[in-house]
Design a protein around this ligand. Structure first.
Ligand code: GLU
Length: 297
């Protein structure tokens, strides 16, 4: 993990959240952190990805390691915590794989498609917006959440930034290979864009005064605000829709369908809302929203 100064304070936040989560999870022996029972008798069509993973008893999942509420490496367990992590555990459980059977790999925004294409990960659950450009390279199950691009500024908003139009002439930070960075390049070319590989570096740059604002999905920024010790605030005016999907290798329609079925079950059983409440919801203070309908394209 890149242990930037900001990342160190995020780790403390992660520990605090892990404390909340374990209280809730204690009631559930033989269950994953998500309160989801690991399927004991799986029966998948031989030759499918599900059969292979289930047989192996392990799955490799790409996720973020520096995004509180969604995927944040917990130095105590050396595994990440967050909503994306819980979604991955729900899917693994349905394959008969316990959380200990999950190998977590840090995927940053720019390497998610290549990691899926190269087989370095079996799936990616990483605040990953579904779009047509990405669908040329990989496929998506979901969506399982819809975020929106927003802006984070120093507390008090000294530059009076209310929306993306106000970024003209301002130094704004985002991440290479992300949809928010692409949106700024395409539609707000007068913004002076600084790009890093991960959002925690943008938070450092904002704290140091190297940039005036950070832009990405509202829920990612909310996690960074929570870790900023009062240093940052969210503008709170989302200006895109970012439907989060689960990336799978292109053409694996059976695996995609299996994940979509599993998501729908988790919507119905309450496991999805429970996962939200214990992770991202614990930061935003918002109850779980209505889950989006999965897109069986
Ligand atoms: N959801 C956006 C994306 O997939 C931004 C978040 C991220 O970079 O992970 O590009």
């Amino acid at each position: 993990m890149r242990m930037t100064r900001y990342a160190a304070s995020l780790a403390v936040l992660g520990l605090a959240l892990a404390g909340c989560a374990s209280e809730a999870g204690n009631q559930a022996a033989e269950q994953t952190d998500a309160g989801v029972e690991v399927e004991q008798s799986t029966d998948f069509e031989p030759g499918t990805t599900m059969a292979e993973l289930s047989e192996a008893g392990s799955i490799t999942v790409g996720t973020k390691f520096d995004q509180p509420g969604f995927g944040l490496l917990n130095p105590t367990t050396d595994a990440p915590d967050g909503f994306d992590v819980e979604i991955a555990k729900i899917i693994a459980a349905e394959l008969g794989i316990a959380p200990e059977g999950i190998e977590w790999v840090e995927t940053v925004s720019a390497n998610r498609e290549p990691f899926l294409q190269n087989g370095q990960v079996d799936m990616v659950v990483a605040t990953y917006t579904i779009n047509d450009q990405r669908k040329e390279l990989i496929d998506f199950a979901g969506p399982y959440y819809t975020a929106g691009q927003d802006i984070m500024v120093p507390t008090g908003n000294p530059q009076g930034i209310q929306g993306p139009e106000d970024l003209a002439g301002k130094r704004v930070c985002s991440v290479e290979g992300s949809t928010p960075a692409q949106n700024i390049r395409d539609n707000y070319p007068e913004a002076q864009l600084t790009l890093f590989d991960v959002y925690s570096k943008c938070a450092d740059a904002l704290a140091n005064g190297q940039v005036d604002a950070v832009t990405t999905d509202n829920v990612i920024l909310t996690g960074l605000v929570a870790g900023s010790d009062g240093g940052f605030e969210l503008v709170g005016n989302p200006f895109t829709e970012e439907p989060y999907g689960i990336g799978v290798p292109k053409g694996d329609d059976e695996f995609r369908t299996f994940i979509n079925d599993t998501l729908e079950q988790a919507y119905e059983s309450g496991a999805w809302a429970d996962a939200w409440d214990r992770t991202a919801g614990a930061i935003t203070g918002e109850p779980a929203p209505e889950p989006p309908s999965v897109d069986r394209y």
